[in-house]
Design a protein around this ligand. Sequence first.
Ligand SMILES: O=C(O)CCC(=O)C(=O)O
Length: 284
Amino acid sequence: MKDSYQQNGYLHVPQAIPPTDLDPLRAYIHSQVGKYAADMFSDGKIKNPFDDLPFGQRLAALHRENEIRLRSWNQPALGPELHALIQHPGIVDALEPLLGPNISFNGDYHLRPKMPDSELTAFPLHQDSQYYGKQSRHAHIITVWIPLIDVDEENGCLYLIPGSNAWELIDSKRDKNMNMRSFEDPEERGTPIPMPMKKGDILLFSNMTFHGSKVNHTDEVRWSIDIRYCRTPGTYDAPQEVLDGEKFMRDKLESTKRPPFIVRGKGATATYEEWMAAFEAFRS
Ligand SMILES: O=C(O)CCC(=O)C(=O)O
């Protein structure tokens, strides 16, 4: 498992989570989409709130005529269900061989409604450190990417370039959609492979691994959530450039008001209420 992650820069863990364990978060997001629809309806923005449509279809129906321009949409996931998922033993067990015994959620997550035919949410191949900033390149941050429905090439699964985690950070710039574009075409160095996944599978990849996704060609939303983890600060030793990179990330997430919490090992974890209080403390 660790060898494969280190060699490829990613690890697909089939059925790490019992698929029904994702249902509470799906239901919560669906209820939030319901509130969003009710607001749009009462503001006269839509004629039909599509009350009867299921999880994958409702947001797509609400925005069939008017594009929703969201690269990620975090608020509708922020509840106790997400707090439970972040600490799910299936996820943390998969992380432990790669991060060691002391693991933290670093505060960063993204709920992604990849809308039908949306170019905005077709993410060009990138390294997450291109977004985080150059100083993060020596840090080790693992994204756990979790499909909330089955994903394949048609509805916009991820693509990854095996071994690209060993490359240097490639210079890049955001495009008009705010998506990162590399100055050097990563496909000239490696071939991206598609990663179809079932609900319950998880995919782990590092901040240096090239990955992206294409347009969703179905008429349903490809819902996914990605959650980011690191080693708990103060519990490990590493070369100075690694410690500096990880401190850079912590400062960055603090400045963007995203509180972390411990999910395994040394130190106390945060209850949902404590996590919410940390958000409040950042706001005030
Ligand atoms: O969900 C996607 O389509 C892309 C996600 C991504 O690029 C990321 O999690 O860094």
